[in-house]
Design a protein. Structure first.
Length: 255
């Protein structure tokens, strides 16, 4: 545990000693702020129109505003995550410090877990400013708190999946740009592969839908926590971290 904590502290210092944390945070806040303003404006207009209807249409703040916002956040975070992970192991390999790191009395699992937890913490910190938007919604209306909490849980699971895959991409190459591109392409493929399932149909189509990241997240912003979706993310994260650890072990034996 102490070895994992040491790697975690090292990576957190690296994030905040470089511009990447501040640039990503600023870009994410700007984009989420724009989507929040646009969504809130649309919901206000829809509310005014609903009040003028004689049959009294009831609008759902969670379904009309919060759930779409969280879906937008998940797509933006998919674009951001490769930038968080691309240097974690590839930079160590490029600079030659990976050999020094592996020569220390640290297990490969400690190295991988330390870097994974640091990136996931950075992911959560980038997501943190969105709580201000949630606070505004509670000031203006009555959003469904359990659904919001479920949505944030889904975002953390999604972030863990993004980072685990990105960490493996970083372990496979010495070039940060190549690592980032590999991670982004793989995440994008896993995001859209479910669309192919609708075209293929049959058992293969169902398998493609089950493999896709997006459908497993959709229930969380609605307040639906399915054990199958939770198991998918846990297995996804565990699989890619396991392969990353095996990749480092192969590097150790090769060295």
């Amino acid at each position: 545990m102490s070895a994992t904590a040491a790697i975690f502290r090292k990576e957190m210092r690296a994030y905040f000693c470089s511009p990447i944390a501040y640039v990503l945070w600023t870009c994410f806040v700007a984009l989420t702020g724009y989507f929040f303003y646009s969504g809130l404006l649309y919901y206000s207009m829809a509310s005014m129109q609903a009040m003028q209807q004689p049959w009294g249409v009831t609008l759902n703040l969670q379904e009309m505003l919060m759930a779409p916002l969280m879906s937008n956040w998940s797509v933006m975070l998919m674009l951001i995550s490769p930038l968080l992970t691309m240097r974690l192991l590839s930079e160590e390999k490029r600079s030659g410090t990976i050999e020094l790191l592996l020569s220390y009395p640290l297990s490969d699992a400690s190295v991988v877990w330390g870097k994974f937890l640091a990136a996931l913490t950075m992911f959560a910190l980038i997501l943190l400013p969105t709580l201000a938007q949630v606070a505004i919604l509670f000031w203006l209306g009555q959003p469904h708190l359990p659904a919001i909490l479920a949505g944030y849980l889904g975002l953390i699971f999604m972030g863990g999946a993004f980072i685990a895959l990105g960490l493996l991409a970083s372990a496979l190459t010495e070039n940060q740009i190549v690592s980032g591109v590999l991670s982004f392409v793989a995440l994008l493929m896993l995001w859209v592969v479910g669309w192919s399932g609708n075209l293929v149909g049959g058992s293969l189509g169902e398998a493609l839908k089950a493999l896709a990241l997006g459908p497993h997240f959709e229930g969380f912003p609605k307040g639906l926590i399915d054990t199958a979706d939770v198991a998918y993310f846990i297995l996804f994260i565990g699989f890619f971290l396991f392969v990353t650890i095996r990749t480092l072990e192969a590097k150790r034996w090769k060295a």
